[in-house]
Design a protein around this ligand. Sequence first.
Ligand code: ARG
Length: 460
Amino acid sequence: AEKKLWGGRFAEGTAASMEAYSESVSFDWQLYAEDIRGSQAHARVLAKQGFLTEDEARQICDGLDTVKAEIEVGDFNWKTEMEDVHMNIESRLTEIIGPLGGKLHTARSRNDQVALDFRLYVTARLAVWQECLTSLVDVYVARAEEHGETLLPGCTHFQPAQPVSLAQHLLAYSQMFKRDYERVADCLKRVCVMPLGAAALAGTTHPVDPQAVADDLGVPLIFANSMDAVSDRDFALEAVFAGSLIMTHLSRMCEEIIIWANPNFGYVKLPDQYATGSSIMPQKKNPDACELMRGKTGRVVGSLMGLLVLLKGLPLTYNRDFQEDKEPFFDADKTVTASLDIMADMLGQLEFVPDKMLGTVERGFLNATELADYLAAKGMPFREAHHITGAAVAFAEGKGVGLEGLTLNELKQFSDEIEDDVFLVLDYKACVRRRTSPGGTGPQSVAKQITDLREWLQAV
Ligand code: ARG
């Protein structure tokens, strides 16, 4: 077996089972670019501090570029016995440039190195999440723009409640994903912290300059406490929480699309590209993309739980348990980015069926609140207006018509206050149009929401 980089005090090799159990290179190889970036910055600052000559730093940086090129063309021999990405890269560097490679690890521990690599990686991925989120908000806004006039039965308790514009419903999701973007931006403030120089746990006797390394890497902050620097994983946990919430929002939308696509609703027709057929029932068109997204939400929440439990009992500072922190993030990242992309594309292609939505609006007495408000506006206590309207609904239901299908005389049985102008407020489109309150479903509010979101999209 090959000599371990840390093997100085060991007489016997590692058991094969232990080697397989402890390796992380099979997944943490993905941190190679960050590992190399961090090492190059470290080498440059070691030179600045007079610890390496400029020429030595240059040889190390060039050697690392060679390693990176080997990895990227698939020419790199990842070795399980080298445990992780850090030692694989360092040992290959030493093969290429000789014993000088061994100087790179001065004033640095893998504990701060892995923290740096992971932080840089999460930073890059969160930036991708943000792009996906703005693309999705953009699609929501575009679809909302098409459907300012489309009436949808707005629900509470999943029972038809009041008509809203489909635009208003879609824009509600835009707000969720906008907040998700902001949550990711806020999380990034705590992810983008440079931990190198913590040197295992206590700081170092070498004249390190963490600020210079951070400046070199373009990372805005450095750690304040060396023990915290190597044992904080809350940045990853918070990122996976933000991802869990993104998935939760997507899952709610998926649930609605699944319901809307059911022929009993028929509010949407699924794009062929995101539906599947049945192997036995030829008529079927199944919403598999939405179902999978709803299902994968559980998986991302599972990663969040995994990280919370991983961290909860750990004494300071580094514990090898931390090696288990990467896969939950990698897995969550893969799911979050793919899901956001798929939702954006699927939503862009989703065919809405306004007639079906209108049918439910008209059959469900969704203008009942209008009649109660009409009476209340004439000075009747709202409780009484509510009661009277309820009686009118029961009467209309018995006749098999909507409130707007009753004659004025029929309506007058319930209250003398009801005049001919009642039919103006019972009109379903008017229900939406007359909701002029801020943030409501009325057209001015919807237009303002769209303008504000477009401005926001321009600014981010
Ligand atoms: N592969 C390790 C991890 O992911 C790297 C750090 C190992 N440090 C140590 N002292 N064993 O956490």
